[in-house]
Structure formats: C-alpha cells, structure tokens
Ligand binder design. Structure first.
Ligand code: GLU
Length: 432
C-alpha cells in the first residue's frame, strides 16, 4: 500500500504535488493502491476546505487513488495505542509546562546545542503523578539502541537514541502529534513504501521507533525526495513565492500536463524531455532521482508548457482559452512564438475579438481600413483580400500594413498576417 499524506494547512505546494505524482507512478508500476490521507489532527493549523482543494488538484492531475481518508477519524486508535505504550512503560506522562520547554529550548540555542528533553518526568513515581494536578502530555521513551534505515535515494542512515529523544506523542489535549499519528496510520494502513519530502528525514527514526515500540516490525521502504530550491536564491522555495503553489501556476496558464512533466523531470535524467505521466510510468525509476536538491526553473517550465501546448488538440486548446473552435486553437498556437502560457495566448486572442479597436497613432488609416473590411466581400485567399484592401483603401507601405494588422488583431506586432488570415477569415464581421 502507498499513501499521499498532505496536511490541509495551506495551498498545495509544488513539492507536495511532486510527491503525489511520484506516488501515483509507483502505484501504477507496482499495482499497489494509493490512499490519500488528509493529516488533519493539528486542528489549530487546519484551514477550512483546503482538503477539498487538495483533492481537486489531485483529480485535475489525474492522480489515481483508491480512497481519501481523514487522520482524525482514527483518533481512537491513536489514543488506544498511546495507552498501550503507557501501560507497558514505554511512554510516560510529562507534566513539564510549555514555558519550561520553551526555556530549555532557548538555553540549548544559547549553548549552540540541539534541544533534547531533560528527562525531568521520565521516572516520576506513581504517587507524584497522582498528586500532580498539572495537565500532562505523553512522551515515548527514547530508544535504547540506534535506529537504522535505508533511504532509496540517499542510502543508509543511523540515529543515536539521544538524537531520537523522548518526544511527545500525545499533546496536553490528548491529540496525537504528527509523528505518532503518522507512524500509527502507516502501520494500520499496511504501508510498504513511503515517498515524501526530504524535510521528513529526521522524523523517520522517530516513526520507526514508535512502530517498533508498538511491536510492529515491518520494514517500510523510504524515498525522501530532495528539496526543490529557488534557482535564483538557492534557498528552499518560500511559501510566499507566487510560483510555489500549484494553483498559482495553473492561474498563470501552465497546463497540468506540463506542470506534471516538469515536476517528474526534476532531479531525473529521463529518456525524453517532453512526456506524459502515462509514458513516465513505463520508464521512471524512483531510486534514480539525483541526491542533489532540484532547482525550480520557471523558464524551463515555460519551455515545457509550450511544447505541450503545441501537442494539444486544437479544439481542447481553444476551449481552455475560452472559445470553442478548432481554428481558434490553431490560431492560438501561432502565438507560441511570443507567449509561454495559455493565459498569455488567451489575452492575444481576446484582443483579436475585441470590438471597437482604436489606436491613436493610426486612427485615420485604421478607420479607413475597418470600413473597407466591413464592406469587403469574402475572400478565401489572403493575397486576394490584401489586394482588395490595397486597391480600395489607397493606403500604402507602413500605413497600410499597420492598420491592416491592427484592424485584424488589435496589436501592432505578432505572427504573420498571412498565417493568421486563414484562421480568422470566417470571423471578420465580429473582428472589425
Ligand atoms: N503531512 C505531512 C506533510 O504534509 C506529510 C507527512 C508524510 O508524508 O509523512 O508534510
């Protein structure tokens, strides 16, 4: 079983979509079902309807899942299994206040040491616990041996007990922490391979420790995907960066098939650069992703987007930009010379169909041209159309060409009019 486990705490980041796409590819390659698990147990961070947005994006990208489950529906299992650990003395009640913990963290920071729990509540007697009225969280005891695992990309890892630490599994309100809920749900879900971002590498020994303490010894395969860095700053893509959410890229006019192509290409040396996810399923090998962080390059995405727009069916492309005609789809493709996205192309096409086109620099000749086109008969060939306009308008040179181009396209420059004409000749009435 595979799972994609997003938190409904914000807009879906491109890194998350990459995780979802690679889980989808793996699911198709191995025949294992992929479950979407919405990790919603930290209610203070949940944002209403973000779960729906995530599922909408997964559907848009044709990511196949068997079901969508909510982690909060398993709270009874989290509580029960935490209780089991307490009963077996593998976990303990921790009465340390959040202020004390915050102070300890500050001290560790000042000493330039990583924060570790002080073990203050590790060995409290039952009497002390009974007498204590303070709220308590539940911590799992740190392991007694190193925790080892192998990452599919980065190789072997080994964490010492001190680094795994005695960490909180139930908060004071008795809700499970991310690591506990995740480890339990991966166990209950019989997950065999976890694909997720590299930012979770340090959580993996904690989750393995939880599972081992619960008596679960299945070896899960881990693939932690290297980070996606901003190509300009070399830093992790900021959530505020407008190109870092999937929705913003869609709003900018990048096609889902192009975004998916680009994200699967990141950190990989594929047999071809332009492909669909269907094709990638036949050759992609998740273990061959580069260890180095990937760089998000919007220019490369633009290039890939253009290639997919070229391959798109004319009618589909036309519908994406708000029309429904194969000629408009073909016309849209002429604008790939100067546009990278469907939104940019859509603006150019809208200009063509904008009524009352005016241009102060050429207002007189434009007026003459528009009147002439309005009363012109239908010409199949551009050369005849042009000849007719030349004869009738008596305009010459730049005056003629600028006013003809502007009357037909609402712009002073663009693709060859001789290529545009056959695709708009049936709409001249609307255009002028
Ligand atoms: N909910 C976590 C996140 O969105 C994912 C955890 C995981 O895949 O284990 O980052």
């Amino acid at each position: 079983m595979l799972r994609f486990a997003p938190s409904p705490t914000g807009d879906m980041h491109i890194g998350n979509l990459r995780v979802a796409l690679l889980n989808h590819i793996l699911s198709k390659q191995t025949g294992q079902p992929l479950t979407v698990r919405i990790e919603d147990t930290d209610s203070s961070r949940n944002i209403t309807d973000k779960d729906k947005d995530i599922v909408h994006i997964l559907n848009l990208f044709a990511i196949d899942y068997d079901k969508v489950i909510f982690q909060s529906d398993s709270l009874k299992f989290h509580t029960k299994l935490a209780l089991d650990l307490l009963v077996k003395d593998r976990a303990f009640n921790c009465f340390c206040s959040s202020e004390t913990i915050a102070d300890d963290r500050e001290k560790a920071k000042a000493d330039k040491k990583p924060y570790r729990y002080t073990d203050f509540c590790l060995n409290l007697s039952p009497q002390t616990k009974l007498q204590c009225n303070a709220p308590f969280s539940v911590r799992i005891k740190r392991p007694t041996e190193n925790i080892k695992f192998t990452d599919n990309i980065k190789g072997d890892f080994e964490f010492e007990p001190y680094d795994v630490d005695s960490f909180i599994i139930l908060r004071e309100d008795k809700t499970p922490t991310y690591n506990f809920a995740c480890a339990v749900d991966d166990m209950i879900g019989d997950i065999s391979h976890i694909v997720r971002g590299e930012d979770h590498l340090s959580n993996t020994p904690k989750q393995i420790h939880i599972q081992r303490q619960l008596g679960y010894d299945k070896i899960i395969t881990y693939t932690h995907l290297p980070m996606i860095l901003d190509i300009n700053t070399g830093k992790k893509m900021s959530k505020r960066d407008e190109t870092s959410t999937v929705q913003s890229l869609l709003d900018m006019g990048f096609l889902p098939v192009a975004i998916a192509n680009y994200l699967v290409l990141l950190g990989y040396n594929p047999p071809k650069e332009i492909f669909t996810i269907e094709e990638a399923i036949s050759w992609y090998d998740i273990g061959k992703i580069s260890k180095a962080p990937a760089k998000f390059d919007i220019d490369k995405l633009k290039f890939i987007n253009k290639q997919h727009i070229k391959l798109f069916d004319d009618m589909r492309l036309s519908k994406i930009i708000g029309y429904a005609d194969t000629d408009i789809g073909a016309l849209a493709k002429l604008y790939l010379e100067e546009c990278d996205t469907t939104v940019e192309i859509g603006r150019k096409i809208d200009k063509i169909f904008k009524t009352n086109k005016t241009n102060d620099d050429i207002s007189e000749s434009l007026n003459t041209m528009q009147n002439c086109i309005r009363s012109a008969p239908y010409f199949d060939e551009f050369s005849q159309f042009k000849k007719y306009l030349m004869d009738k308008t008596k305009l010459k040179g730049k005056d003629f060409f600028s006013s003809m181009r502007f009357a037909l396209t609402g712009a002073v420059s663009g693709p060859n009019i001789s290529e545009i004409y056959p695709l708009i000749k049936n709409y001249l009435g609307e255009i002028v």
